[in-house]
Design a protein around this ligand. Structure first.
Ligand SMILES: [Zn+2]
Ligand SMILES: [Zn+2]
Length: 354
């Protein structure tokens, strides 16, 4: 007993000593400098190893807020560059915090112009500009993308002038500050990008009354990924996903949305109840997404744009209820920072941004 008491006393004394030591300026400085060395070291070189396609989930939520998830964003890495499919609020931070080299951002593909898909467009442009992106940022999208790009450019025009005046044109080059809209019709499958081995095809989806709305298919080194954008269950997506290695599909649990609506009504929040009553028809349930993946014959399905964002194990189970009856395996929920690699030699690997 006495030995136990002495040991406990010794441990307590050691704890106090360690705490005091940690609080000395010299130790604090050393810890801070080590953290900075890690932050400034190139941490994401593996993403750009040139081996096949990689998908980085930069935002996996929807307009329903989540502390754990940014809004809609799917990163696509091909060779020494990366692209964003949509730029929802908070999504640029996923790349920035992980130390993804921002100057490698080579373009943004917008699926449609709902706020949860465009909120961070200005941040993505600004961050990649200051990091040394060699050209103005290309923003691809169906008709209407010109309006979105012009608006962001105008909103950031004064910021850009301040930064050039402050840091000089070597860092904040006014020639590369803005964005360039690359609109396309969106009514039929169209190759909207073809360069350095990467082919990107836009195809129409059904997000009515939002028109046009598109999904994208990326083909590179004989690997392919399809990103659905916002859509209800639609044959167009199935047709365009055939032969792909991975389907990244939006998902909304209408079971959970119905319960949210009932709770809003009970609480007397009629405005939110009305909105929750409007949305089931223009999204895809997890079960429908599983059916679409099966019908397209896609080996892997990852669900994103999760409505509502299922941020605990119970919510995840409710969200995925019924899916295993349709698709037994090779289906999972995305989370921010998830990386799915499709190496040239085949197979699928899952990891996380470190
Ligand atoms: Zn939408
Ligand atoms: Zn959306």
């Amino acid at each position: 007993m006495r030995i136990l008491t002495m040991t406990a006393g010794l441990l307590a004394a050691l704890f106090v000593a360690a705490t005091l030591l940690l609080r000395t300026p010299a130790v604090e400085n050393a810890l801070f400098e080590q953290a900075l060395a890690n932050a400034f070291s190139p941490r994401q070189a593996a993403l750009f190893d040139g081996d096949g396609l990689k998908v980085v989930f930069c935002g996996t939520s929807s307009p329903i807020p989540s502390k754990k998830r940014a809004q809609a964003c799917t990163g696509i890495v091909a060779g020494d560059r990366f692209f964003m499919v949509d730029a929802g609020t908070g999504s640029w931070e996923t790349f920035a915090v992980a130390g993804v080299p921002a100057d490698k951002l080579a373009g943004v593909f917008l699926t449609h112009f709902h706020s949860d898909h465009i909120g961070d467009l200005g941040e993505a442009n600004l961050g990649s500009w200051i990091a040394g992106r060699p050209e103005p940022l290309s923003v691809y999208g169906p008709k209407g993308v010109e309006t979105v790009v012009a608006g962001f450019d105008e909103a950031f025009a004064l910021d850009n002038i301040y930064r050039t005046a402050h840091h000089g044109p070597e860092i904040a080059n006014p020639k590369t500050a803005g964005m360039v809209a690359a609109p396309f019709d969106g009514a039929a499958p169209t190759v909207v990008y073809d360069g350095d081995g990467l082919k990107v095809t836009a195809f129409p989806v059904d997000h009515g009354p939002v028109k046009p709305a598109v999904g994208y298919r990326f083909d590179y080194q004989d690997r392919s990924v399809v990103v659905s954008g916002d859509t209800s269950y639609t044959q167009s997506l199935i047709e365009n996903a055939k032969g792909a290695d991975l389907l990244v599909h939006e998902a909304q649990s209408n079971r959970m949305v119905a319960k949210m609506r009932a709770a809003a009504e009970k609480a007397g929040d009629t405005r939110i109840a009305k909105v929750l009553g409007d949305i089931p028809s223009y999204h895809t349930t997890p079960e429908e997404a599983a059916r679409a993946a099966n019908e397209a014959g896609v080996p892997w399905l990852v669900l994103t744009h999760l409505t509502p964002p299922p941020d605990n194990p119970v919510a995840k189970r409710i969200f995925m209820r019924g899916v295993s009856k349709i698709r037994k395996d090779h289906v999972r929920l995305a989370e921010d920072g998830l990386v799915v690699s499709l190496p040239k030699a085949g197979g699928v690997r899952f990891s996380r941004l470190k």
